[in-house]
Design a protein around this ligand. Sequence first.
Ligand SMILES: NC(=O)c1ccc[n+]([C@@H]2O[C@H](COP(=O)([O-])OP(=O)(O)OC[C@H]3O[C@@H](n4cnc5c(N)ncnc54)[C@H](OP(=O)(O)O)[C@@H]3O)[C@@H](O)[C@H]2O)c1
Length: 625
Amino acid sequence: MARLIVIFGVTGTQGSSVARVFLNDPGWKIRGVTRDPSKPASKALEAKGIEIVKGDLDDPSSLTTAVQGADVIFGNTAFSDAFITMPADVVAQLRPGQTVRQWCYELELRQGKNLADAVAAVDGLDRFIWSSLSDATKWSKGTFKGIYHFDSKAHVVDYIYKTHPRLAEKMSILQMGVFATNWKWDQAAVPWEKVDGTMKLKVPGSGDIPIPLVVPSDCGYFVRALIQAPPETNLLAFGDRMLWADYVALWSKTTGIPATFEKTTVAEHAKLSPNGYGEQVGEMYAYFQDFGYDGSDPSVVHVQHYAPISWMENIGVRSNGLLLPISTTMPLLNQLNPVTGELSLRSKTMPDAKTDVVKIQKLVDFPNAGFLNGMATLNPRLGLVIIADAYLGGIYRPDTRTNTKGLVFTDESMNGTASISIGINGIRVLSGKLWFTNSASAHRQALLRNLVTSLFEHESISTTWHKAKEAQRLAEKLVTLGKKNTEASRRRAHQIFYRPLELVPKLFGPIRERYASRPGGYTRVLRIEPIKEDQAPSAILELVDGPKDMRFAMTARTIARTRTEGKKINDITASNIAKVTRYREEGEGDLERMVSKFEGMLKEGEKGVEEVRQKKVYPKLERSR
Ligand SMILES: NC(=O)c1ccc[n+]([C@@H]2O[C@H](COP(=O)([O-])OP(=O)(O)OC[C@H]3O[C@@H](n4cnc5c(N)ncnc54)[C@H](OP(=O)(O)O)[C@@H]3O)[C@@H](O)[C@H]2O)c1
């Protein structure tokens, strides 16, 4: 049965784009909400098969019916034009001291809350996509308090988290980048100045930070992607990031009008329009430069963060240098130009299709094969190939003339592991030797990713000594990525964590702050007594200077015990105190608090103190940073 998407602002730029994308999908029914179902734009949408209903975000009672039965709702509000036009009826409504901008903020916030209240009451709703923007006041730490059309939308998100937590669990946030079409607007919005037949774009801010630009009619594609992504994804939607100077150069090239870029100030920009409109937009441009369009909110992801959903491998090289990778998830043969990156589809219906590249013909069936994988040439003159079976851990040598196709040999080193049954993968024959890789190493990667995901979630994990040492390298690398704090490093971290939406913000937020002044050695491996029956050497891998720092706790315990026994702190403990407090903010205070806790426990004979000791850490044997 088709699912129902309800679109607010369906007659507008974002909403109509969402309608367009879902109109082509037979799996969806569309309902569009407008204040005026009789206007031409509404009628045109209705003529395309969209159910058009009346609804006004200022009238909560009209929203209940509009959202009824929805599987997905796209919510969008438009910041009132009153802040530009200053109509007399709005001015008459202002409270003493209230500006029109603040009035518009309250209006949009109220509309968003009305919508959230209605959406929260929809039974069986799968997803609410809220078209939002960043909280400029929050992320600029109060430097920019007047970018009301950003804050109003972000404060709707806060309202949902506070008032409708169950709706928050089904919400995805869409932050559309700067519309690439804005240049058609007025000068205060997009500050072009005509100078002797040429155009000059004057934008407040340094001009050094690229701006995320989006074609607004792409909105629907981002909404569709958000429905496929997990809920609570906070997506910044853009096609490309550009410096204003590059944007102007492209604009000039496209329109044929000579144009240049010049930096300006918020104060200068404010003069372009009275009553705060120029100032609000000017502040917005400066905010993009000083804090980032999304305020550098660590929860924000970009489409580039998502790994490609298709899986290609077994690449063949054509004589003209083009590559023929195979989609393993679909019966597709692709052609890739390794120089331009251009990817084209050569065949959809392997194995019988004829294409302009190759004639595909089925030669041999392998009914007993496990998982046929890599293929290599054994003897080009005789036309002999070999094929790996990753599941059975062996090699086939099919002979198309005799149609023999048995496994010619299997080998233990080609097997998978107990937990991943996929073994031998890519194969090559070189100088009479067979070279192969084994997919079980993918299992190792998965294991390491699992360990570091748990480590960053819980701050400390117990595992075998060897796994701890391997995971430590990856964990150190992750912290380094966090400290780099670039788009590329964020993308990489996203690929490593199994729960990136939860952990990427933690890595680029509190963890990055924790290790800001530490030059390295963010993790520690402490050997402990074997935790498994097989007596394999075990270890704790922990993030140092965190809430579960074992050495910190052990040092506190030693101090507490020494003090309780009326002894003096020895040199080793003194050196440990220096080490565990050196890079910790509030290090000495934190240590003293923990010592007092242990002293209290020791006096009362509580067993918490013993628990720290019971882990039997062997610091002298194997200690590592
Ligand atoms: N320009 C940019 O660079 C940029 C970038 C990111 C985000 N944004 C944000 O995008 C938003 C505007 O989106 P848009 O460009 O898609 O809007 P738009 O094209 O101006 O259309 C506004 C839509 O909102 C609907 N609407 C207005 N008041 C309503 C109400 N009281 N109840 C129900 N529907 C109402 C209108 O529907 P009816 O008239 O049919 O009722 C119309 O469909 C703004 O809030 C802006 O801050 C802009």
